[in-house]
Design a binder for this molecule. Sequence first.
Ligand SMILES: Cc1cc2nc3c(=O)[nH]c(=O)nc-3n(C[C@H](O)[C@H](O)[C@H](O)COP(=O)(O)OP(=O)(O)OC[C@H]3O[C@@H](n4cnc5c(N)ncnc54)[C@H](O)[C@@H]3O)c2cc1C
Ligand code: FES
Ligand code: FES
Length: 1256
Amino acid sequence: MLFPTKSSPLVFYLNGDKIVDEHVNPEWTLLTYLRNKRRLPGTKLGCSEGGCGACTVMVQRFDREKKKIVNFAVNACLTPVCAVHGMSIVTVEGIGSVAKGLHPVQERIAKSHGSQCGFCTPGIVMSMYTLIRNKNVPTMDEVEVAFQGNLCRCTGYRPILEGFKTLTVEGGAGGCCGAGMQSGGCCGGQAMKNGGSGCCMQNASEPIFPPELQLTEKYDTQYLVFNGERLTWYRPTKIEQLLELKATYPYAKLVVGNTEIGVEVKFKNCHYPVIIQPNHVPELVEIRVEDKGIRFGAAVTLSQIDDVLQEQIAKKPAYKTRVFKAIVEMLRWFAGKQIRNAAAVGGNIITGSPISDLNPLFMAAHCELVLRSKNETRVVQMDDSFFTGYRKNILKSEEILTSILIPYTKEDEYFWGFKQAKRRDDDIAIVNAGMYVRFSVGTNVIANINLAFGGMAPTTVMARTTASSLIGHQWNEGVVDVASKTLIEDLPLAPSAPGGMIEFRRSLTLSFFFKFYMIVQDELSTKLPYVKPLPQIYKSATSLYHRDPPQSIQLSQIVPNEQPDYDLVGRPVAHVSASKQATGEAVYIDDMPKFENELYLALVMSSRARAKILSIDPSEALEMEGVVDFVSAKDIPNHRNSVGGVIHDETVFAIDEVTCVGHIIGAVVANDQATAQRAAKTVKIEYEDIQPAIITMQDAIKHNSFYNDWIKILKNGDVEKGFSEADHILEGEMYLGGQEHFYLETNAAIALPKLEDGEMEIFSSTQNPSEIQLLAAEVLGVPENRIVVRTKRMGGGFGGKETRGMLVALPVAVAAQKQESNFLEKLISRLKRPIRCMLDRDEDMACTGTRHPFFCKFKVGFKSNGKLTALKLTMYNNAGNSLDLSASVMERAVFSADNAYNIPNVDFTGILCKTNVPSNTAFRGFGGPQGMMFCENVMDQVADKLGMDSVKLRTLNMYKEGDRTHYNQSLTYCTLSRCWNECLENAGYEQRLAEVQAFNKENRWRKRGIAAIPTKFGIAFTALFLNQAGALVIVYRDGSVLMSHGGTEMGQGLHTKMIQVASRTLKISSDKIHISETSTDKVPNTSPTAASAGSDLNGMAVLNACKTIMERLEPYMKSNPNGKWEDWVNSAYFDRCSLSATGFYKTPDIGFNFATKTGTPFNYFCFGAACAEVEIDCLTGDHEAVGEPPLFLAAAAFYAIKDAVKAARAENGKTGPFRLDSPATAERIRLACEDQFTQKFPPAPPNSYKPWSVFA
Ligand SMILES: Cc1cc2nc3c(=O)[nH]c(=O)nc-3n(C[C@H](O)[C@H](O)[C@H](O)COP(=O)(O)OP(=O)(O)OC[C@H]3O[C@@H](n4cnc5c(N)ncnc54)[C@H](O)[C@@H]3O)c2cc1C
Ligand code: FES
Ligand code: FES
């Protein structure tokens, strides 16, 4: 059979327009196509691996069998562009715009404060839009499912859900238009009456499904080929064509969702020259109800399977669909909606991942698979003989999987599935399982049993010994005893096995079986009189995970009646960019149109933790077509190559030695991103390892590897005396993990060299433009006045872009300058070339560092009544391979380690570990949360030791008005007790505590916990010189105002707040005031936007500048009291009065001297309190994940979890203080709930094996 050879044109519709592309590159994803070829940057790139949802678009196709339009959300970053032939794509730009009007979905997220940095917003909008295209008025549960694959790092989801609630059943959809949201609810049609944008629901302009796609089936029936330089894409439409192709190209990959292959190509450097798209072959997408069960073609998507199985569950008797139910429940926790809409069942089976969620179920159910090649058809049963090794199976190279039969169950057959992941939604399993049991008819005697486990070996495995030892047994507690012994033999795991978490994983296998036992026992007892019902206290262990619909309330300040309308201070105004963010019009660095002649830069990073660089060989990269240059340390004189945030102990490019994995060694510059990134992977580096590589804080302590000049100590009183006065002394340790910033927009920069005088403009996603300017000037060897750094907005920062922006900005600057010298030396080009780089998510995570992990040793003295007499904390942080801001982070930790308590004698010492991990850096709270967490841990342990209610203990030790901190700052306006009491009262703490205790008595395997936590946080940079800010206010002749200030906008709404300040001072409406960007040539020498001080400092500078303007306008106002703003501005202009003013502010009366321990570090304190109640599954460690936004107050959830663990431990007679490190992962929770299952897996002695992973 002949294959088509001439490349077919790609035809699809995009936001209603027909696209015919004669030369499509089959290697491109839909996202690359949208952003690069169609110049539609609204769809964002957050991760390239289906993990964040920023790239969500809606795909529409016509289902000819059902004769209906099908709409579904997909991740454009994984969807191959060739796969959308004959389909219609709707992007965020297609449904609304600021100029033409927002779609209700866009309007509501904008108005409900659901968009902060805005980088996730287009993706969230498109998930919601797709949902309401499919169902006019969805439920909140459907909204949550639609968002499983959408991450938002800024908002904590509450305002997003609140905004969209108005479109749901629960929100009374159909009524509210959302226009009145700012004043707290529905405007009752007022917006339309007032001539506003009208009822937003009526504004909706739905792009219609292109009639052509409905009328003709030609796009579905074409046998297509797309030829690219490195890849050929076939889309056969008949099974014979498909089998012929596979016979000819046995190495070809079949791609449906591309959710495996796309990740392999992007991140594992795999290249597949022939791709076959099989989902237009009828046999592969067929769904057939048969006598034995339901047959699904291998290319049927997971969402379709979900729908069909749910239909069957509703129609058929319950006993018949037990396997279906388990699959449906598993699919709910399988990836996110976008992935399930695209991924096919065949891809999951054939990939053969050992943590596939479906394979354990298919194996336990003994599903039937049909395998076909050109010459043969085989029907095989799916069991443990199907997988032959890690990601290997019995398929021959020319064979494909055509279908899977999922069987019905009979009355005496029971089935269930289990999955434990780090979090519930959209996460891969740690361990999963499928369990099947068949009883001899009408009895509880096991006739057959299949137990399949994922996550316990290189393939999904079956517990054969357990199965054979259980056959013939009655289903009673004895089976748990037998299985507990044999599962240990069936599922061994070496202490150093890949994936780590050995004791947890092994405990889970027993926990899952125990749960299965209870579930089946419960059912059997309803049928067989001699089977004992499950004890009531065990029942909750068998219930399905269930989440109540979210409820929330946000209270806004009420402004006085007499406050004029223009004055926005105190009003909950929407983020000034919210509408643009919701329509995809807000521009981030990589959305900027390409400059002519622009090049792309890809970093080359170290793969060794600590090594000498023996050689760097970029020759293969340089030979690749499209590669322009390789830049490295050779391109910068050594003295200009050293950089850093506080001291210069880092390099732009490594010189001779690397000190961490991710250390930047060089960069490839090429015509486009794909070439640059591919070429960067070919650069060969020879290393010679240097010992020891120090990774953890324990390593650093062992090797005495510290930044010794930067130890931070704060003491007050006399701890030894305090200990001697104590009734009790307690000592212990605690570890706090690091945290990825995961700003949705990774670090990005564009360097634009100018034609004269060494000038350069750098567009950078940085929280600190002035520092990038200073460092770039130093590195390039020019004065600072030649460099302008511009930051319009960032897609989130959280501290991660305070200093680390330089890791991208400086290499692009060096590369841009190098092109210039090439021009001078070799006359290559008459142009200096702009250079762009936006890190891939994995690159960003590899090189930028995280929140500092901390480790603490504590010793506390206390009286029997709970009053603390002395506290000694020795804190370590893992600073990484350079100092960066680690000393300041530690400084904040020692300042904050008293949290909210007046402890008479303290000794807080902070030591910085010098290690071979990427330099850890600023992160929300900047060391404060770590110090406070250690303090709260002490409170918790003291309460446990005394058997005292922790709230009582905290109240007893709490600061009061006028008390002095350990650095001798007096607490004035101390609202701590008020916050605390209000919080306890509003939360109904006492009553809840009683309810929690009652619940815990009635439930053995689920426990609840409750905790309340207070906090105090000092506001100011602890480095005095940073407490300054500037602003520039310009008034133009038409009365419009352009404002600049030193702060950067990263989602926190700083520009919005600055406009609020200006609106009050200038007495004009906000629509006259504009902030374009932060730029070092408008406001110089700025401080980073950080330390919770951005609004205070810049707001005062804006106020100062606006007051100057008003003073200058005063004479014109007086002389024309009935005039308006524009009149006064014009009069001033004609009178030759300056209409621009700078403003400046420095925080008065602060400054702390660490050497003398004198002075006042903070301008003021913020106080707060939170109460949290949680429920944990003691058998799996499952719990509700905790959002970070309230920052330290989220610690309340940690201590509530610890409280629940205490209740579980008490069941086994374990009382008193115990250690729980943070974060409270499912693993830590499960293992802390020590019981008969965990006891079977004591940890291996520490030095007897090499662990798979360590905690840095
Ligand atoms: C963000 C994300 C989250 C995920 N979450 C989960 C999860 O929670 N649980 C889980 O189990 N998996 C998860 N996965 C893995 C993946 O989504 C699934 O394995 C999915 O089912 C793969 O299907 P696909 O159509 O996308 O495969 P593709 O990438 O298109 O193909 C995968 C492989 O299967 C082969 N193949 C496909 N069909 C056939 C056939 N008919 N015959 C022979 N070979 C075939 C291909 O050649 C290729 O090697 C996740 C993936 C991502 C990106
Ligand atoms: S899911 Fe596509 S970019 Fe993250
Ligand atoms: S607003 Fe969602 S990630 Fe910033």
